[in-house]
Design a protein around this ligand. Structure first.
Ligand code: C2E
Ligand code: CA
Ligand code: CA
Length: 568
């Protein structure tokens, strides 16, 4: 105990209400070591003091028979008025019937007159104060004061109870968020914000009240609900939106719902709500969708993509990204001849193993990261061309893929020229593949870029030709050096006469334009023979080789050199 008489904590304040001075003195003496004591002579004065003070009273000791306003009346007020309803009251009386009546009216205890021993009085006061304080701590920890929903901790506890007691019920986890809540707060004031929160909580609780369920507000404008499964949330949502638009003058308070239906009860409660929150956040700012259902596969795919995006820099630094080369062979001679190669990226991911470009190229195209990757490939390819030149004394031109974003990068040409210079290469050593669909976007803009590159000596290949974007008319206007026929032509070429004819047609178009055709995706001898007859110049496909690491590509070069020696 210290000088305050209450181990380390400031003294609690007690109000003694009695019209007789002697009683006030006696009680004051008993209490003064333990408490800060104030006095009132009647109910009216006490009532004023209870409302006037900034500090809360921890206890009221109340006489019943007093002038002006008696104890019963004051007790009634204390219990009904919000600021005082949580203050404990001990009534002081000398007769049994009054005891009973005051307890019924909400007194917490009583002290009989004449007064007991001081120790007994102090013990009673202390016990009641303690009881009230414990209760309010529990209450404040259990419930969110603003909305009266449970706090996270208790929410989880109650969910465990629901799972235990209703183990055969299917449950849904729901996360609701108010769109742009912070703006609402700023524009209309916190109080309006609070009203909206209270309203949302109230409506949801009412609406979901017919089944098993429980709600919580873990974060300012997020609401979590764990409720019995329902197939549709359209009605809940519609009612909610409608009522919400009616409650305030705020126009268009919008809410979003993320729903994880039929939760897997084997996963943690946190995970269940992470799933629902994830669904909720996916449609943030989306004016067309306001309810979103969690879907495991989609979620996993998103996470996978997120991971890949995070890993790209490390992948480049750690050489997890590598460039493979697929040979292109000329077939219009007695024996196929190695002419060039295409550089194709591969990712040896430390966690996922070898990932195919189909998994990450479209992803990186959609967020612009593809540029980083392309630059890396161009540089690697240039180094490789240089290496082959030095090692074998011959040039294997390598085509690299150029994405849409690269084309409209004003630094494209300079970057490519620098790469050539750094490796002492010629522009025709590094060929550029641009997909047909890029031409369709902005033919004129692209033509300017391509012409400029051609002016520098670069050879431009139109990739995936025939995949359905360009018109024949456009083709005649666009400058290209090589036409790469889309793989699907080859895949279908022997299905029927029409498909066969289409391949011939593509080759004729290229012939008309005066450029060679590369047939991609050629897998068997039969296809090679037919393409040769049709006049196709070059073939890239599994028939010759899959894309391989550079060390493995060496053997194609060696074989070519051997062939050359033998024919000499
Ligand atoms: P693409 O540029 O049309 O590349 C040709 C794709 O066809 C490659 O797939 C290649 O492995 C595959 N292929 C070649 N011959 C055959 C065959 O006979 N049969 C079959 N079934 N497939 C064959 P890959 O390496 O998976 O690349 C897929 C796509 O990813 C590429 O299509 C390209 O659009 C993109 N890509 C690959 N590497 C890069 C790169 O470094 N940068 C950019 N921007 N895109 C790249
Ligand atoms: Ca390509
Ligand atoms: Ca292609």
């Amino acid at each position: 105990m210290n000088e305050f008489g209450y181990s380390g904590i400031l003294k609690r304040r007690v109000l003694v209400v009695d019209d007789e001075e002697i009683n006030r003195d006696m009680l004051g003496n008993i209490l003064k070591d333990q408490y800060e004591v104030d006095f009132a002579e009647n109910g009216k004065q006490a009532h004023e003091m209870l409302h006037a003070r900034m500090t809360r009273y921890s206890l009221v000791l109340l006489d019943l028979l007093m002038p002006e306003m008696d104890g019963f009346e004051l007790l009634g007020l204390i219990r009904t008025e919000e600021v005082t309803s949580n203050i404990p009251v001990i009534v002081m009386t000398s007769e049994k019937p009054a005891e009973v009546r005051s307890i019924k009216q909400g007194a917490d205890d009583f002290i009989t007159k004449p007064y007991d021993m001081p120790e007994v009085i102090l013990a009673r006061c202390e016990r009641i104060i303690q009881l009230y304080e414990d209760k309010s701590i529990i209450r404040s920890a259990e419930k969110d004061e603003l909305t009266d929903l449970y706090t996270r901790e208790f929410f989880h506890e109650y969910i465990r109870q629901i799972d235990r007691n209703c183990s055969d019920l299917s449950m849904d986890a729901i996360v609701l968020n108010i769109e742009h809540f912070h703006m609402l707060n700023e524009m209309f004031g916190r109080q309006m914000g609070d009203n909206v929160l209270r309203k949302v909580a109230g409506m949801l609780s009412d609406m979901l009240a017919d089944g098993v369920g429980i709600g919580c507000r873990p974060d300012s404008d997020y609401f979590y609900y764990y409720i019995e499964h329902r197939d549709s949330y359209d009605e809940v949502f519609a009612t909610l939106s409608k009522e919400l638009s009616g409650i305030s003058k705020i126009p268009g308070v919008r809410i979003r719902l993320g729903v994880y239906q039929n939760v897997d009860k084997d996963i943690s409660i946190e995970d269940r709500f992470d799933h629902a929150k994830y669904a909720c956040d996916r449609i943030r700012g989306d004016y067309n969708r306001q309810i979103f259902f969690y879907n495991r596969e989609e979620n996993e795919k998103d996470l996978y993509h997120e991971q890949l995006i995070n890993d790209i820099d490390a992948a480049i630094a750690n050489k997890d990204l590598v460039v493979f080369y697929q040979p292109k062979y000329g077939i219009q001679c007695d024996e196929p001849e190695l002419r060039s190669a295409e550089a194709l990226i591969r990712w040896r991911h430390p966690k996922y193993g070898m990932i195919s470009p189909g998994d990450f190229i479209p992803l990186f195209e959609s967020n612009g990261l593809i540029q980083k990757l392309d630059h890396f490939v161009w540089e690697e390819a240039a180094l490789q061309i240089r290496k082959w030149k030095d090692e074998f004394g011959c040039t294997i031109p390598v085509s690299v893929n150029v994405s849409r974003v690269d084309i409209y990068d004003s630094e494209l040409e300079n970057r490519l020229l620098k790469i050539l210079k750094d490796n002492s290469l010629d522009a025709k050593d590094l060929m550029l593949e641009i997909t047909e669909s890029a031409y369709a976007d902005d033919a004129r803009g692209l033509t300017a870029v391509v012409e400029s590159l051609q002016g520098r000596g670069f050879k431009i290949e139109m990739d995936d030709f025939g995949s359905g974007y360009s018109s024949l008319n456009m083709l005649t206007e666009i400058p290209i050096d090589v036409l790469k026929m889309d793989m699907k032509f080859i895949r279908n070429m022997n299905k029927d006469a029409k498909s066969h004819k289409l391949v011939e047609l593509v080759i004729e178009i290229a012939d008309y334009l005066g450029v060679p055709v590369v047939a991609e995706g050629v897998e068997d001898k039969n296809q090679v023979d037919q393409l040769k007859d049709m006049g196709c110049e070059l073939i890239q496909g599994y028939y010759f080789s899959k894309p391989v690491p550079p060390e493995e590509f060496d053997k194609f070069i060696r074989a070519e050199i051997e062939k050359g020696k033998n024919t000499k």
